[in-house]
Design a protein around this ligand. Structure first.
Ligand code: PLP
Length: 379
């Protein structure tokens, strides 16, 4: 039996006719960039996550970039985030000329450690933003993070690239603090048919700047108040996303059901003593989507051998992320060393994402859990 890490065909096939009709409507309209379909999607996403303003952009990366530009963050400024995230989170900080200041993660959630954040805020001068990442679809500990942001007068910007639809007691991922963003990269829980993203925020003045900067800072046409860029979203991507957004609650429920199945099977097989399973820190909040399982990540010191075993058994898996950002070649000049962020480094060595998607069958999940049992029985 083959169990891919993700099979997008199963998600897209049932929607094919509706999606093609949406694309055809865009072709008929000849409004390929921004326009009414994009505006509809922006309204729908704003409502979905609970943010007053939303702007469709060319990718999750560009969403962060345009937001940092709109906040005027640049040379001489510092921005705090974690080194255990996708490259773009820190890459954008450097691209606007600011300096990423890394702090370690909480090993249980893989999200920013609040004590480490507080220590960094006490130590560092010139911090202009805090970027918690809602990694794998689980919200960071936003209550103390937002409180720290207020105490120090620093905006909190949520990297919710992997977390559209995740719920925290304070609100929907991306829309809890001043601003945030989502990625619609095809493999995300809401995936376009190409690159796309969305930036959301609360302040109307910030919203106006983001809107202009996404289109060369142009307002009105051919008059440029600011130097922006081309961060526009295509109408074809927006039309695909508009249709898929209607399915997102069901897909999140499907992911959560599969996570629950893994959890029950791992417990039944005694594998919860061998593997560290994902936690759901907000499960007492009365909300549903505490964790939307964009990824289902387990950890074990035997990660590489387990991955090889699963591969031989036809089971896909992935390592998010094998090298923390503070140890990446391009960030050498920041002066970090191995050992600076032990929890991020340990997570990079031990974590493994298992197949999870709404169409994953029980038989496939049994294959995954039984092969993991086989692997540990020989240790
Ligand atoms: C945590 C995180 N931040 C930012 C991004 C960037 O999004 P995109 O690939 O749409 O540019 C991603 C997507 O891979 C991500 O996972």
């Amino acid at each position: 039996m083959q169990v891919p890490l993700l099979d997008l065909r199963l998600q897209n096939q049932p929607l094919k006719d509706r999606i093609l009709a949406g694309i055809e409507a865009v072709v008929e309209s000849q409004a390929f960039i921004l326009g009414p379909v994009v505006e509809r999607l922006e309204k729908a996403v704003a409502q979905y996550c609970g943010a007053p303003h939303a702007f469709g952009v060319s990718s999750g990366t560009d969403a962060e970039l345009v937001l940092l530009m709109a906040l005027g963050i640049g040379p001489g400024d510092k921005v705090i985030t974690t080194p255990y995230t996708f490259f773009a989170t820190a890459g954008c900080i450097s691209r606007v000329g600011a300096r990423p200041v890394f702090v370690d993660i909480d090993p249980a959630t893989y999200n920013i450690s609040v004590p480490a954040l507080e220590a960094a805020l006490q130590r560092e001068a010139g911090v202009k933003a805090i970027i918690p990442v809602h990694l794998f679809g689980c919200c960071a500990d936003m209550e103390p993070i937002v409180a720290l942001g207020r105490r120090y007068g620093i905006p909190v910007l949520e990297d919710a690239a992997q977390a559209l639809g995740a719920e925290h007691p304070l609100g929907g991922a991306g829309a809890i603090s001043e601003a945030g963003w989502f990625s619609f990269y095809p493999t995300k829980n809401l995936g376009a048919f190409g690159d796309a993203g969305m930036v959301v925020c609360r302040d109307p003045a910030l919203a106006a700047r983001i809107k202009a900067l996404r289109n060369h800072g142009m307002e009105p046409r051919y008059f440029h108040q600011w130097i922006g860029g081309n961060f526009r979203i295509d109408a074809i991507q927006a039309s695909v996303l508009e249709i898929k957004l209607l399915c997102l609650d069901d897909w999140s429920a499907g992911r959560r059901a599969r996570a629950a199945f893994y959890r029950a099977e791992f417990a039944r097989l005694g594998l919860d003593r061998q593997l560290v399973l994902p936690v759901e820190p907000w499960s007492n909040s009365g909300r549903t989507n505490h964790h939307i399982y964009n990824q289902f990540v387990v950890r074990t010191p035997h990660r590489d051998a387990l991955r090889a075993h699963l591969q031989a058994a036809g089971i896909g898996s992935e390592i998010y992320y094998p090298l923390p950002l503070h140890l990446q070649e391009c960030f050498k000049d920041l002066g970090y060393r191995e050992g600076d962020f032990p929890e991020s480094e340990r997570a990079a060595k031990e974590s493994l994402a298992l197949p999870i998607f709404p169409e994953l069958t029980e038989a496939q999940q049994h294959h995954v859990t039984s092969q993991i049992a086989v692997f540990f029985s020989s240790r």
